[in-house]
Structures are given as C-alpha cells and as structure tokens.
Ligand binder design. Structure first.
Ligand SMILES: Nc1ncnc2c1ncn2[C@@H]1O[C@H](COP(=O)(O)OP(=O)(O)OP(=O)(O)O)[C@@H](O)[C@H]1O
Ligand SMILES: Nc1ncnc2c1ncn2[C@@H]1O[C@H](COP(=O)(O)OP(=O)(O)OP(=O)(O)O)[C@@H](O)[C@H]1O
Ligand SMILES: [Mg+2]
Ligand SMILES: [Mg+2]
Lengths: 255, 255
C-alpha cells in the first residue's frame, strides 16, 4: 500500500526540501524502496537540488495542478539515485497558488492525478515537498497525502507555527472529510545550545510520542551536499547528517 | 528625506525578519533615528518577535492592504525600543496575497498609505519585512520602497533565488516606472566553513560594490534574542551578532 507523505511547515528554511531529498534517498538506497518525490514549491528547490533545470522541461507539476487528469507519468523523471524519481516543479506554479477564482475541485487535482499510480502500486513511498505557505499548493498536498511529517527547527516561533499549520489542516480535512496521519514532528538543524535544548523539550512535550526519536543535527555536510545537488548519503555516508537521515528512514519504515 | 527600505528574499529562513528587527533597533538605539518597522508577512514573525499578539489588535496591515486610504497612524504601535515603532501584521493578510481578482491599484495601497507620514518626515527610516513569496504583499513593498536589502544565506540556491527576485522586481518596476535602489546584498548566518567561503566569494563577485562589507555571522545569541522577543543589541550588546548589526547600521547610514 503506497504511503504518501507530505513534508510541510509554513516557516521558511526549516529543512523541508532537505528532508524530502534525504529521506527519499535513504528509503531508496538503504532499503531498496521505490520512491517518487513530488516538488510542490514554485521555487523548485527540490527539482534544482537534483540537478534538473525546470526551464528545460516541457511539462511539470504546473500541468498537473492546472489541467484536470493530466497524466503524471508524462512528467516523472529519473534522478542520480537508483529507484528515486521526481515529479518536478516549475516557477509558473505561481499562477496555481491562489484559492481565489479557482474552481471548487482544484485542491483535488494532485490526489486525482496520483490515483492511477497508487492503484497499481508503482511506488512504495511518495514524498511531497511543500512550500513555506498555506496556499492552494499546500491544500493539494494535504488532500493527496496519507501521512504528514512536520520538520521543526527548535528556535523561536517553532510551536506557534505548528498551531496555525494544524488549524489549517483541520480546516482542509473537515470539508471533504479527509484523514491525514501525523507521522511525526522532526527536529531539524539541531545545535548543541541551551536555546535548542529548551525548545526541543517543549516540542517533545507538545507532540509526545508523535515526536520522532531521530533528531537531525546541524551539519555542514548536509548543506554541502545540497550545493553538489546530491543526497547527503551519496556525498558523505559516514557524516552525522547521513546517519541521522538513515535513522529517520528506519523510524518511518516502522512507523 | 525618509528612506523606505524593503528587506526581501523569497527564500525561506535567510534572516529577513531578524535583519528587520536588528537593523531597525541599531538605527534607533545607537543612532537615535526615528524608525518605523512594517510587517508584510501574514505569518507575523516581526510582530510576534516584538511581543505583540496580532489577535489582540483591532486593525493592522490587513486594513492598509484591503481598504484604500486607511490611516496608517491608527495601527502604528510602540515597541520595547525607544524611537522604534511597528505597523503590525495579521494572519488575515492571507486574503491579500493574490494578484488574481485584485483591482489594478491594489499593489499601490502601501505606497499611498505611507504618503502622509513621508511628506511630514515622521520617520528617518521605514523598514519593511517581506514574506518568503513573490506575491501581492511583496509587490506592495517593492512599489512603496526607495531602497532594497537582499539578505543572503551563503548556501545552495542563494544566487538562483536572486536572479528570480531581480526579474520580478524589474517586472514590477517597468509597469509603473518605479525606481528602487539596491542598497545591497547582505550575507547572513555565515559559518566559518569552506562551503560558505566559496558562496560568499561568488556572491561578492555577482554584486560587486553592492555587497555590504558587513557579514552577519551565525551566532546563537541572535536566535536567543528572537526567542526573548528583543533585538540582539538589547539582549547581549557585546556579542558578535550585535556588533555585526551595529556595523550594518553604520553602512546603511553612509550608504
Ligand atoms: N541539518 C542541517 N545542517 C546544516 N544545514 C542544513 C541542515 N538542513 C538543512 N540545511 C540547509 O539549510 C538551508 C535551508 O534548508 P531547506 O531549503 O531544505 O529548507 P526549507 O524548509 O525547504 O526552505 P523553504 O521554506 O525555503 O522551502 C539549505 O541551505 C540546507 O542545505
Ligand atoms: N546570524 C544568525 N545566527 C543565528 N541564528 C540566526 C541568525 N539570523 C537569524 N537566525 C535565526 O534563524 C531563524 C530564521 O530567521 P528569520 O525568521 O529571521 O528568517 P526569515 O528570512 O525572516 O524567514 P521567513 O522566510 O520564514 O520569513 C530564526 O530562528 C532566527 O532567530
Ligand atoms: Mg524548500
Ligand atoms: Mg521572516
């Protein structure tokens, strides 16, 4: 049964894209899972982060979000990682971000587009990288997903942001009666400081057993890997960053 | 002559809000300037970061962006810093983010709202904290500003992001023939690593003399200060973070 996991948090720069690439790569490389990454951000960092230039592509997630029943197999591309493929984004997606003036079924386009590949179990995992906004792209992701991971940088606003994210998800769910499972809150970019320690404890109390045991440390190797357009486990497998994302993949598999 | 400076970069988490608060506080405290901060982000981090809860406010930037000629003096509030005041944001601003369906003069509402206080020189500096999006809020900020600072975290996508930001600004300028001065690119969250060194050199070549000499280092004191809802120079004046923002204020004054 294909699990469809959104990686979402409207706060900017909390490692949504980094987590999408590295969790996906860990599942594909270390566990031989078939993984589809979906880039839902008009800024296309996931896409560029795997060495693809959106401007060279004929069709992308833009077509999926604007043309009902566009065939997603037309846009899926291979990456440098075996068993890891991507449905790329395009800056044109800016036109698809607004709820205003959009037909009533626009938030369901992604869910419908995934129906075929889910029924034929083409993938074990579909991972959706979300933008730093609670917009129509985010709504598409929420309505298409079975699961949600919330990456959290343990600094100011961490839990205020989570409260509005949760409210928004409840609002999206209530209408169509869709259920999404909070797979977990993931502490990211952790530095050994009092500040982070304090906010981690607060986050763990807030989420209880829903807080992943794995904590992703702040590790320059992770930032280097994204500049080299590779997953960190292909850049330096023994680094703390790689080991953390491999541990996260185990938790997700058991989750 | 009032200078109106937007702090903008669509990349998430590159210290736009941190720079708005700390540059504003440095100008107000160290140089006795009268400074107005404007929060243009529906996530209201600047507002919350100064200890204000948007849900307790009768009117905010939401009214400015949706009601033509709403009096901005009705929403300006004091902060814990002498001579530093703020026009707060509200999550309702999500309704004001889209270009679709918006009247042709909506991008000019902020510029028009500032006209009165600019003519009467109520402030030396107006600093506008922008969201991680190239939307209608961003367009309002660009059309209202005399100057622009682009905070840049020297990691992947740094310069790709700048290219699309620049394209968007040109598009906004060309229509109404508005001119905005690039005050400078500001390197933020700098860590002593090869990666950052390489990207800093690339950024300095790209921007030439338009790259601020001041570099803001990654300093946990800055993150602590924002959790305490204070500018870093009021939290620990001698920290590297404080000294860097004080140096930036000097460059901006001479700039
Ligand atoms: N654990 C880590 N250690 C060091 N650097 C990291 C780590 N995780 C992410 N980064 C770096 O931090 C920056 C922001 O990460 P990323 O782009 O994944 O965040 P994001 O939440 O997707 O941002 P946005 O809101 O803009 O989509 C990137 O340069 C990335 O390489
Ligand atoms: N120089 C620094 N050293 C350490 N931490 C910093 C520094 N600058 C900013 N931070 C921290 O990094 C996080 C992101 O900063 P900030 O919220 O200002 O970025 P932003 O660009 O406004 O993000 P967004 O795109 O979500 O609006 C905050 O927790 C902030 O306290
Ligand atoms: Mg991202
Ligand atoms: Mg901000």
């Amino acid at each position: 049964q294909t699990r469809i996991i959104s990686i979402s948090n409207q706060k900017g720069g909390v490692a949504k894209t980094t987590t999408s690439i590295n969790l996906g790569a860990a599942l594909a490389l270390a566990h031989k899972k078939k993984v589809l990454l979906i880039d839902m951000d008009m800024q296309a960092h996931l896409t560029c982060g795997l060495g693809i230039d959106p401007y060279t592509l004929k069709s992308t997630m833009y077509e999926i979000l604007t043309e009902r029943n566009f065939d997603i197999k037309k846009i899926i591309r291979e990456t440098c990682v075996k068993n890891l493929v991507i449905a790329p984004a395009h800056p044109r997606m800016v036109e698809a971000t607004s709820f205003l003036n959009s037909k009533i079924d626009r938030p369901f386009y992604l869910r419908n587009a995934l129906r075929g590949i889910v029924e034929s179990s083409d993938y074990d995992y579909i991972i959706i990288d979300c933008p730093p906004q609670l917009d129509l792209l985010f709504a598409n992701a929420m309505l298409a997903s079975t699961d949600l991971i919330i990456p959290i940088q343990p600094e100011s606003y961490a839990l205020d942001g989570v409260a509005s994210l949760t409210r928004q998800i409840i609002e999206i769910k209530e209408g169509p009666g869709h259920d999404i499972n909070l797979l977990g809150a993931l502490i990211t970019m952790y530095k050994k400081t009092n500040l982070h320690q304090v906010i981690i404890e607060e986050t763990q109390r807030y989420f209880g057993y829903k807080c992943f045991k794995t904590i992703i440390p702040s590790n320059i190797v992770i930032a280097e890997a994204s500049t080299l357009k590779k997953p960190v486990i292909m850049h330096q497998k023994r680094s703390k960053g790689s080991q953390a994302y491999l541990a996260l993949a185990k938790e997700v598999l058991n989750g």
